[in-house]
Design a protein around this ligand. Structure first.
Ligand code: ASP
Length: 348
């Protein structure tokens, strides 16, 4: 496998800290990133520069702080990649770190059957600032994006390559940035060269099955339990016809309070057709809804196990499936099936 491809890489700049500049109000999203990126990469030692692939930069006319990103932004990104899929060897998406794992998860479900690498990255400090991680992340992402054996949406950050729909932002400031708690690294930068662990990568076959989200995306609520949560509050939140799905973040292996009023509210929402799934508040490991009596009741009222999915992946997957025209039964069956390597334990 060579690092050089005949087609260039498309770098898509959406905003985020990597391209931010200081202002009176603090860091703000800024444009003119392509030339800044090219100038910065030109400062790399010749050996490292020589192994960079050719690239073209597309800049969003309205770069944003990703804390304001919405599913419409992910849909626009997926459409751009789907439209230009044949024209480039791979894609690098430059994104703010705050919602980067959400974007990567959504892209993975929208771009199923990808035949090329889509590498999402950003940085904890702006490009050009002393001690910035931006240049290392740009170099790594370009080099990973040129690896034809990668056929999925990945996150490259802090020298690590991770499956996009398995990542979570883990550190507010550390250059590692992200972790992939339930799936091992897909690759690493070693001495500034990309190393891929092929046996851990997603094996796609067949034609791409791109299905970009339409605007507005289905509304999926995220319900995080805390001790003392009141049924009446949950009832108010769920009592909304526009809400079509709910991701419940349970305790441990999938438990919730044995509170009949709360269970009644969830059972009613489920019976009304809201699709509900349970993830764990623990970052490592999976939910097993049958283990405790307090978790088995979730199964009884039709709540789907999210297994070891991240909340970001469970939410994006539910949003994506609800946007399609699936029967309730087909939707439930697809939710429980791994589509892009988002659920299920790794076995070596
Ligand atoms: N607030 C920034 C953003 O998500 C943080 C970052 O990029 O690291 O765009």
């Amino acid at each position: 496998m060579t690092d050089r491809q005949e087609l260039p890489i498309l770098v898509i700049y959406t905003g985020g800290t990597i391209g931010m500049r200081g202002s009176e109000r603090g860091l703000v999203a800024a444009g003119d990133f392509g030339s800044r990126m090219t100038n910065a990469l030109a400062l790399l030692p010749p050996g490292r520069q020589g192994s960079l692939p050719e690239y073209v930069v597309w800049e969003s006319p309205h770069p944003i702080d990703s804390s304001s990103a919405t599913p419409a932004d992910w849909a626009a990104l997926a459409e751009l990649i789907a439209r230009r899929h044949q024209d480039y060897a791979g894609f690098v998406v430059l994104h703010g770190t705050d919602t980067l794992a959400w974007c990567a998860s959504s892209l993975a479900f929208q771009l199923q059957g990808l035949a090329k690498p889509v590498i999402v990255t950003g940085s904890q400090k702006p490009l050009g600032v002393e001690g910035s991680d931006a240049l290392d992340n740009l170099e790594a992402s370009l080099k990973f994006a040129a690896r034809a054996e990668l056929r999925e949406v990945c996150v490259s950050f802090g020298g690590h390559l991770m499956r996009g729909c398995r990542t979570r932002k883990w550190y507010t400031q550390d250059a590692l940035g992200f972790e992939s708690p339930n799936w091992p690294l897909l690759g690493e930068m070693v001495d500034h060269a990309p190393v891929i662990y092929a046996a851990r990568c997603h094996d796609t076959s067949g034609a791409p099955r791109f299905e970009c989200l339409t605007d507005p995306a289905p509304v999926v609520l995220r319900l995080v339990l805390w001790p003392g949560i009141r049924a009446r509050d949950v009832d108010r939140w769920l009592n909304d016809d526009q809400i079509r799905g709910v991701v419940i973040e349970c305790w441990g292996s999938g438990n919730l309070p044995e509170d009949d009023a709360l269970l009644g509210v969830l059972a009613r929402a489920s019976a009304e057709g809201k699709v509900m799934t349970a993830v764990s508040q623990c970052p490592f490991g999976a939910v097993h809804l049958g283990t405790y009596a307090s978790g088995r009741i979730l199964q009884d009222i039709g709540i789907l196990s999210a297994d070891d999915m991240t909340p970001e992946a469970a939410h994006s997957k539910l949003t994506h499936l609800l946007a399609g025209e699936l029967t309730p039964q087909a939707l439930r069956q697809r939710f429980l099936t791994p589509l892009v390597g988002e659920r299920g334990a790794f076995t070596a």
